[in-house]
Write a protein that binds this ligand. Structure first.
Ligand code: SF4
Ligand code: SF4
Length: 76
């Protein structure tokens, strides 16, 4: 079965640290990090990139479109 690997690009200034994407990420590879943006919101981070599948769910559930890109590669 092909395995897919992904990564994401986060626009820190758009993130309000709502945690929604953290809960929806199937492999649970997102968390709120220590970094804060200029609005003092904690910014989400991808802490276990090798396990990101590039499923795009985080980008789809984010109300603020803070996950601006999802990259995915499929290796057979
Ligand atoms: S693309 Fe999918 S696996 Fe990767 S961080 Fe987003 S929800 Fe999680
Ligand atoms: S990236 Fe979007 S869904 Fe995730 S914590 Fe930030 S604002 Fe919320």
């Amino acid at each position: 079965m092909p395995k897919s690997h992904g990564t994401i690009a986060i626009e820190a200034e758009r993130c309000k640290g709502c945690d929604l994407c953290v809960h929806f990420c199937p492999p649970q590879v997102l968390r709120l990090g220590a970094q804060r943006n200029t609005l003092n919101h904690r910014v989400v981070e991808l802490f276990d990139e090798p396990r990101c599948t590039g499923c795009e769910i985080c980008a789809k559930v984010c109300p603020d479109m803070a996950i601006v890109a999802v990259y995915r590669e499929v290796a057979s």
